[in-house]
Design a protein around this ligand. Structure first.
Ligand code: SIN
Ligand code: CO
Length: 402
């Protein structure tokens, strides 16, 4: 259904963004203000039925939550759920996180938003709700597209500055929500919200399903810590030969193998005091550590492509290697769970640094998530061997042309 649809190109006006081009949307709305898009998807068909969402919520490896609005407050439970409240009972909602890891069509739907870099894309959550169901008025710290998949939901939003919460609840509910927009969304309608836009979505009637395409927003603390860790790995890796700590190719760093020297030190009558020259040398040495783009990219590439614990691969393809597969017409396709990114010469896949420079063909595989047989034919032997490894892991699949 969605797997054959491509994301809009930067200057292509698209119903997905209410007739705007991705460039206009990114300039005027992204991270700035909400956008209500009527019929972003005309004749929208949800990738999963309500029953299928409930079935997912039974599985141990699927992250789900059940939230019920009661007269005297809220209840919150974490899945898996063997049983859910009846469809006749109002005011409950079931939220299933990371559905893109478990369903190809949901993953394909999420990837229609790839005019935004993969580095920012997080997951697709699906919620189902009975009349009155919702998670209450709140603010999220990330960007989100809320796509109405089934039934109707009333969305109210507010740009209010007051973020105080009702104390003592199992959920973060705004104490004084003052909406300034109020709209009922029908199937195919979509609401974009930037971080910190307060919102409240309440199911209007039964059979409400909403798909949230959520984005990740790293804090400066996360970025700084990651960069420091990558720089530290770079130091340790220098003395380990061809491969780094985790068998990854070494990123060259400054040579820090020289030993500290204190020849000519005066005798001390304060033996417990740490010598000032040692403190100064430590600081001076730090100035010599390289904090450059390759180190930052090394951290980001490994971190951003690291898989969630509940991502699983199924290496059951008919073709165990490319040599067997390529004579037939078809393409190499990334598994729905695979995360592949690049920066400059560095290529990352599922938390690992690929032991090869980024060739244009591998960039194309990462960007398009597939590569045709013709492009594969001229690849050097070591790259083919690497792709064979990925085939055997189930990270990529060979899909013969129908
Ligand atoms: C939902 O209820 O589907 C979305 C929850 C939210 O507002 O974050
Ligand atoms: Co929210």
């Amino acid at each position: 259904m969605y797997s054959s649809t491509r994301p809009p190109t930067p200057d292509q006006p698209t119903p997905l963004l209410g007739g705007l081009t991705p460039r206009q949307f990114m300039q005027d709305y992204w991270q700035r203000k909400p956008l209500l898009i009527r019929q972003a998807f005309r004749g929208f068909r949800a990738p999963l039925s309500s029953r299928e969402v409930q079935t997912l919520a039974r599985r141990d490896e699927v992250e789900s939550r059940l939230i019920t609005r009661k007269e005297n407050g809220w209840t919150f439970k974490r899945g898996p759920f063997r049983r859910l409240p009846s469809a006749e009972q109002p005011n409950w909602t079931l939220l299933v996180q990371g559905v893109d890891l478990h369903d190809d069509e949901t993953a394909a739907l999420m990837r229609l938003f790839r005019f935004i870099p993969d580095a920012r894309l997080d997951d697709a959550m699906i919620s189902i709700a009975t009349d009155g169901g919702g998670v209450g008025p709140h603010c999220d710290s990330y960007d989100v597209f809320l796509l109405q998949a089934h039934g109707r939901r009333r969305w109210r939003t507010s740009q209010q500055a007051d973020r105080s919460l009702v104390p003592g609840l199992p959920l973060k509910i705004l104490a004084d929500f003052q909406p300034d927009t109020d709209d009922v969304l029908e199937p195919g309608d979509m609401l974009y919200l930037p971080p910190n836009a307060c919102h409240d979505g309440i199911a209007v009637g039964d059979g409400c399903m909403t798909i949230s395409i959520g984005f990740r927003v790293p804090s400066q603390a996360t970025l700084a810590r990651g960069l420091l860790e990558a720089a530290a790995d770079q130091i340790s890796a220098q003395h380990l030969g061809d491969t780094g700590l985790y068998g990854d190719p070494v990123l060259p760093g400054t040579d820090l193998s020289a030993l500290y020297s204190d020849a000519g030190t005066e005798p001390t009558d304060h033996p417990a005091e740490i010598p000032a020259p040692l403190v100064r040398t430590t600081l001076d040495t730090l100035q010599r550590i390289r904090f450059d783009e390759p180190v930052a990219a090394r951290f980001l590439g490994q971190w951003l492509t690291t898989l969630p614990d509940n991502a699983f691969f199924d290496p059951t393809d008919d073709f165990a290697n490319l040599e067997e597969a390529v004579p037939a017409a078809g393409s190499l396709v990334l598994d729905r769970c695979t995360r592949m990114m690049y920066f400059g010469e560095q290529l990352f896949i599922n938390g690992e640094v690929a032991p090869t420079a980024t060739l244009p063909e591998l960039q194309a595989l990462a960007d398009q998530r597939q590569l045709g047989a013709t492009a594969l034919q001229g690849l050097p032997g070591p790259v083919c061997a690497l792709l064979d490894e990925w085939l055997q892991e189930g990270w990529v699949h060979w899909v013969p042309q129908p």
